[in-house]
Design a protein around this ligand. Structure first.
Ligand code: FAD
Ligand code: NAI
Length: 462
């Protein structure tokens, strides 16, 4: 048994970042993790492995579709699935080992095993109970289940199984046109699978800018993904190495069936709090199973905090990280803060999709007067040279003050470009501030400047 200033439960992006910041602030800290390796969902079965497969499959797509036009001729590469899986696994290993190194460097104790909180101020791991002045729950999330759909992680899989398939399926049905469905659907479509996405709503990626949704779906269709929209999945039927997906079209209540070698269920994630003992502690939970916290990330039980996917807000690694840093600062008596108005979201398909701040739809609903500056990547010299002219940058600014309220990008390197706008928003910049900033030529970021110019007197190259 040991005594700590802080014990963090969970070593995902929320937990491990919080642990490092606590140590930097001079606190004695331990982190409990039940997995074999550190890094949580993100490093083990989320962000990192999915991005490795997106990268590898994108390279294949480039070789198949764009190499010949650039004068690069020869046989296209073929897929060595075993090697691709081992590349993905190496990538995971490098990242999880990296966190282990950072824990050692910062003198953070890794308490191996599943933790519970028998009472405030105590954390039990295995047979040992440790004292903690503060406990921070960062236990993350798990895939949400769907009635009538039984996951076996072989034929009917969540994202975890989809990152571990034995081979590239011939036919894949994806339930849910959200972030996971479209990222992993893209991977398998590029690798040769026939991918059909079944979505309950009539739009992909709910909550995103409407124009981006339409362009995104159109682009993915061009890449071979099929979409069945407005469809409610009723059940799946597993037949050893195949499955059937039964769905109803909402517009006319008609019944349909799809055959698949693999079904990916990607209809959202839910907080993971099993085994922590929160009910006995009297920790207040929301109706959606999230731990409720105040603006200091403290629960209703003094000394117990919660961060990341297990609380409200977007289920994103960088949101969890920011909360991890801020909660550490709160515990250390400082003033940790997260600006929830400036949290970017990125979908790592090709083209990438990125957004931050308000959408036109949300501003209309709020009755907030705004203006829009838009610029197509077709007018960007670098994008044209790189076969990346599909997509646009859209900046939304306050109609009267010109202050930037949000931005939506679909196009090359959107996930990097968005950060220029995040920084501008953090500094309360106007669209004119961005437009008057010199941008190097030829770069994709010139499209951001042009969109900012479009909020004023107009873009130059359109
Ligand atoms: P988690 O990363 O879920 O970590 C929680 C950890 O706590 C787990 O390791 C778990 O084992 C451990 N734990 C739980 N309970 C206990 C206990 N009682 N005792 C000990 N240990 C415990 N987000 C992005 O921002 N970008 C992306 O590109 C992205 N891609 C994703 C791709 C996929 C396929 C998935 C599934 C998710 C993706 N996400 C992405 C979301 C991202 O992974 C999560 O938002 C992020 O991991 C949340 O971090 P967290 O620290 O709250 O929890
Ligand atoms: P999601 O919430 O993004 O999308 C779920 C989709 O499933 C929605 O479009 C929803 O309308 C649809 N759906 C729900 N029930 C359905 C039904 N019965 N039949 C058909 N469709 C149905 O959830 P997803 O994709 O599972 O991702 C979970 C979380 O992981 C997200 O919150 C996301 O933030 C995070 N994530 C982030 C990534 C990134 O940042 N690049 C990548 C992958 C995941």
């Amino acid at each position: 048994m040991a005594s700590y200033d802080v014990i963090i439960i969970g070593s995902g992006p929320g937990g491990y970042v919080c642990a490092i910041r606590c140590a930097q602030l001079g606190l004695k800290v331990a982190c409990v993790e039940g997995r074999e390796t550190l890094g949580g969902t993100c490093l083990n079965v989320g962000c990192i492995p999915s991005k490795a497969l997106l990268h590898a499959s994108h390279m294949l797509h480039e070789a198949e579709h764009n190499f010949a036009a650039m004068g690069l001729k020869g046989k296209s590469p073929s897929v060595d699935w075993k090697q691709m899986m081992s590349y993905k696994q190496d990538t995971i290993g490098q990242n999880t080992k990296g966190i282990e190194f950072l824990f050692k460097k910062n003198k953070i104790d890794w308490l191996k095993g599943w933790g519970s909180i028998p009472q405030a101020g105590k954390v039990k791991v295995g047979d040992e109970t440790h004292d903690a002045k503060n406990i921070i729950i960062a236990s993350g999330s798990e895939p949400a289940s769907l009635p009538g759909v039984e996951v076996d992680e072989k034929v009917v899989v969540t994202s975890t199984g989809a990152l571990e398939l034995g081979k590239v399926p011939k036919k894949m049905v994806v339930i849910g046109a959200g972030v996971i469905g479209l990222e992993l659907g893209s991977v398998y479509a590029r690798l040769g699978a026939e991918v059909t996405v079944v979505e309950f709503l009539n739009v992909v990626t709910p909550g995103m800018d409407g124009e981006v949704q339409k362009t995104f779906q159109r682009t993915l269709k061009k890449q071979g993904l099929k979409f069945i929209m407005g469809a409610a999945v009723q059940k799946t039927e597993s037949l050893k190495t195949k499955a059937k997906v039964h769905y109803k079209l909402r517009k006319d209540d008609s019944d349909h069936v799809l055959d698949a070698d693999v079904v990916l269920v990607a209809t959202g994630r839910k907080p993971f709090t099993e085994g922590l003992g929160l009910e006995a502690l009297g920790v207040t939970m929301s109706k959606r199973g999230q731990i409720e916290v105040n603006d200091k990330w403290e629960t209703n039980v003094p000394g117990i905090y919660a961060i990341g996917d297990v609380i409200d807000g977007p289920m994103l690694a960088h949101k969890a990280e920011d909360e991890g840093m801020a909660a550490a600062e709160q515990v250390a008596g400082k003033h940790g803060h997260v600006n929830y108005g400036v949290i970017p979201g990125v979908i790592y398909t090709h083209p990438e999709v990125a957004n931050v701040g308000a959408t036109e739809e949300s501003l209309k609903e709020a009755g907030h007067a705004y203006k829009v500056g838009k610029f197509s990547f077709m007018g960007n010299g670098r994008a044209k040279a790189n076969f990346a002219g599909d997509g646009f940058v859209k900046i939304i600014a306050d109609k009267d003050t010109d202050r930037i309220l949000g931005a939506h990008i679909i196009g090359p390197a959107a996930g990097d470009l968005i950060h220029e706008i995040c920084v501008a928003m953090e500094f309360g910049a106007s669209a004119e501030d961005l437009a008057m900033t010199c941008h190097a030529h030829p770069t994709y970021s010139e499209a951001v400047r042009e969109a900012a110019l479009a909020c004023g007197d107009g873009p130059i190259h359109m």
